[in-house]
Design a protein around this ligand. Structure first.
Ligand SMILES: [Zn+2]
Length: 71
């Protein structure tokens, strides 16, 4: 989802919007088109990786799933 963060330069309102194509973005508060796009990946970051913190990962040097002998 192409979600972007914007800030209105007129009233200072911060808002997020889904942008499709060359859609004109307007401030939801004062309807101004004088807005700045903020560099942000909000909505995409902050997601934890599914394998982070996994302790049951298979060993690469042996075929056992849990190995305390080869590490
Ligand atoms: Zn505004």
């Amino acid at each position: 989802m192409p979600i972007f963060e914007f800030k209105c330069t007129k009233c200072g309102e911060d808002f997020e919007k889904l942008i499709f194509g060359n859609q004109t973005v307007r401030c939801p508060k004062c309807d101004s088109s004088e807005i700045k796009k903020k560099m942000s990946t909000f909505g995409m970051s902050g997601v934890e990786k599914p394998f982070a913190g996994t302790s049951s990962a298979s060993c690469t040097s042996c075929s056992k799933s849990t190995c305390s002998s080869c590490h």
